[in-house]
Design a protein around this ligand. Structure first.
Ligand code: FAD
Length: 260
């Protein structure tokens, strides 16, 4: 059985600095998205539970050496092989075009019995890609998975809803998007990090998938992506140290920060 885990390589958001209201993205390292780590771990746990499977980590991104390097993290965490669709035309794509490339790449590289996604990516979190790929491949899709079991040609998923837990089953092949409650992703061991460099990694362009650059053209544009403006009060407390300290306490009590 073939499990394809779709992995978005994100900027490491812990490392982002904000200059004015704009994030500074130059020289930022990349990492495997958080929920994608859960999806990789879910695939690994299915195998550890006795399911015979090959785990393939697949990413679609603009041509960028950091993306390929980051996929070694997916190989060290769980995947047996990686597929990197790498094309300059994907630098400013959108979820629709991206999903079309993922669907083609899955078909091109041997198909999938189970396709796993994060419920949303770590940065954009639109939560669109999983459903779009499922639709394009004609697969049943189950979202918000907090547990996954595979048996007798079907996937059984418990999914987290606001006020209940629903159990659903779909015949394979199927697509499932996972939430963080599904597991605690393990940290790659040094041995697995070293082995990752030797695992197969296939690079494909859009042309290899029979798509032209126009296929990556977005149908929508991000006009701006700014941090929220903070409305600060700028209270200045005048006077000597004792008066200023008393004034500060009064101000904090008024704001409800300190009780009296
Ligand atoms: C490195 C990089 C740079 C980009 N730069 C720009 C840019 O500058 N301007 C622009 O308009 N667009 C850019 N894009 C494309 C845009 O961010 C895509 O729309 C995005 O990859 C998918 O949308 P989302 O993050 O909301 O995914 P969601 O729908 O929230 O993701 C859900 C799940 O889908 C899967 N998934 C999502 N993205 C990918 C992926 N790329 N490959 C494999 N699986 C995936 C993951 O499992 C993820 O957990 C970039 C994409 C990448 C990867």
């Amino acid at each position: 059985m073939r499990i394809v885990v779709c992995v978005k390589t994100n900027y490491d958001l812990q490392m982002v600095r904000v200059k004015g209201r704009e994030p500074v993205l130059e020289a930022l390292p990349y990492k495997v998205g958080d929920l994608e780590k859960n999806a990789l771990e879910a695939a690994l746990q299915l195998r550890e539970g006795g399911l015979e499977c090959t785990i393939v980590a697949l990413t679609v991104a603009e041509a960028n050496a950091k993306v390929k390097e980051t996929m070694k993290e997916a190989l060290a965490l769980a995947a047996d092989e990686a597929v990197v669709v790498n094309d300059p035309a994907l630098a400013a794509t959108d979820q629709a075009a991206l999903a079309a490339a993922i669907a083609k790449a899955i078909e091109h590289t041997g198909g999938a019995d189970l396709v796993l996604f994060g419920e949303g990516s770590t940065d954009n979190y639109s939560g669109l890609v999983g459903s779009r790929v499922a639709e394009l491949l004609g697969l049943p899709q189950i979202g918000y998975a907090r547990s996954i079991a595979v048996a007798d040609g079907a996937v059984t998923v418990e999914r987290s809803m606001d006020d209940m837990i629903e159990t659903l089953q779909a015949p394979l092949p199927a697509a499932v998007t996972v939430v963080s409650e599904i597991n605690e992703p393990r940290v790659a061991t040094l041995m697995n990090i070293m082995k990752a460099g030797k695992k197969p990694l296939t690079e494909l362009s859009l042309a290899d998938l029979g798509l032209d650059a126009g296929a990556a053209a977005p149908q929508k544009a991000v006009l701006s992506n700014l941090a929220e403006e903070q409305d600060r009060k700028h209270i200045i407390i005048e006077g000597d140290a004792a008066t200023a300290a008393a004034g500060l306490v009064d101000a904090l009590v008024k704001e409800g920060v300190l009780g009296r």
